[in-house]
Design a protein around this ligand. Structure first.
Ligand code: FPP
Length: 266
């Protein structure tokens, strides 16, 4: 368990937020933060509420974190909103999640425009229900020229299927003679992922204490720093979010190298 975040559980007054915010070094900002929003169900059970109520409370946390991200001028925020595995939940819960998503997109569009947020989505979007696809396409189109933060929703997303999707596209190009097999390298492969235009996440946050990657951004998280908190997603707030960034900035990222050694000349 991350002791720093557990201390912050009930930490909310606004002056504390400003103190925390002032500890974030704008020069060392992560460019891209990805979040696995976990624990809506457990939050609801603890409060003897329905899972639907848990997801509703989860949407509130989404709003707070998006607002906080804009506030600190984050470049990209990716939220794992619905995985390919989530279809296996009871139909009622899946429908609720889809409804909440549509509600969120419709309600937040004016705010996205106001805050200059560009909304995009990754995943197998064609298999989402038509009302979700339509609202999503509308929001993406409306916000496409915004120049502030990119809010990236992972929907019907799975890391393994994303990698297969990229491999298929590359195989097709080889078959059609557009590229040769020997040209495949990390850069080319990355450009065939859903995240082709985004920097890889520098920081992965996961709520509710699970130590798993859950098929999320398997390729892109290769060198990301992980920050895991026991806090359940609906209780995750900007104070803890800022703390995660402050902790990230204290870490030494070596990308497989040794400190102070910049590499042997070849
Ligand atoms: C995990 O909680 C959360 C999800 C499966 C979905 C996350 C969705 C939202 C926060 C709401 C909609 C999203 C947006 C972007 C508006 P869980 O149900 O797995 O919790 P549990 O593990 O405690 O059961």
């Amino acid at each position: 368990m991350d002791h720093e975040s557990s201390l912050l559980k009930n930490f909310e007054p606004s002056w504390d937020i400003n103190i925390l915010k002032s500890q974030i070094n704008p020069e060392k900002m992560p460019r891209h933060i990805a979040i696995i929003m976990d624990g809506n169900g457990r939050w609801a059970r603890e409060k003897r509420l329905t899972r639907v109520a848990g997801h509703r409370a989860g949407v509130k946390a989404v709003r707070d974190i998006v607002e906080a991200s804009v506030d600190i001028r984050l470049e990209v925020l990716t939220l794992y909103a619905f995985s390919v595995q989530n279809w296996e939940r009871p139909k009622r819960e899946v429908n609720t999640l889809m409804r909440l998503l549509v509600e969120y997109l419709k309600k937040e569009l004016p705010e996205m425009m106001e805050q200059d947020i560009r909304m995009i989505a990754i995943g197998d979007l064609d298999r989402l229900p038509s009302r979700v696809r339509e609202t999503l396409a509308f929001t993406i189109e409306k916000t496409k020229n915004n120049k502030g933060m990119t809010l990236n929703l992972a929907l019907n997303y799975g890391g393994k299927s994303e990698i297969c999707h990229a491999a298929k596209q590359i195989a097709r190009k080889i078959k059609e003679g557009q590229i040769e097999a020997d040209q495949i390298d990390e850069g080319l492969f990355s450009r065939h992922l859903y995240t082709a235009d985004l920097p890889d996440p520098d920081l992965l946050i996961r709520t509710s204490g699970e130590m798993r990657i859950s098929n999320f951004l398997l390729w892109q998280l290769a060198y990301a720093e992980f920050w895991i908190t026991q806090t359940l997603w609906p209780d995750f707030n900007r104070a803890e979010f800022f703390q995660a960034i402050i902790d990230f900035q204290k870490r030494e990222r070596r990308f497989g190298r040794i400190t102070g050694f910049l590499g042997r000349k070849r």
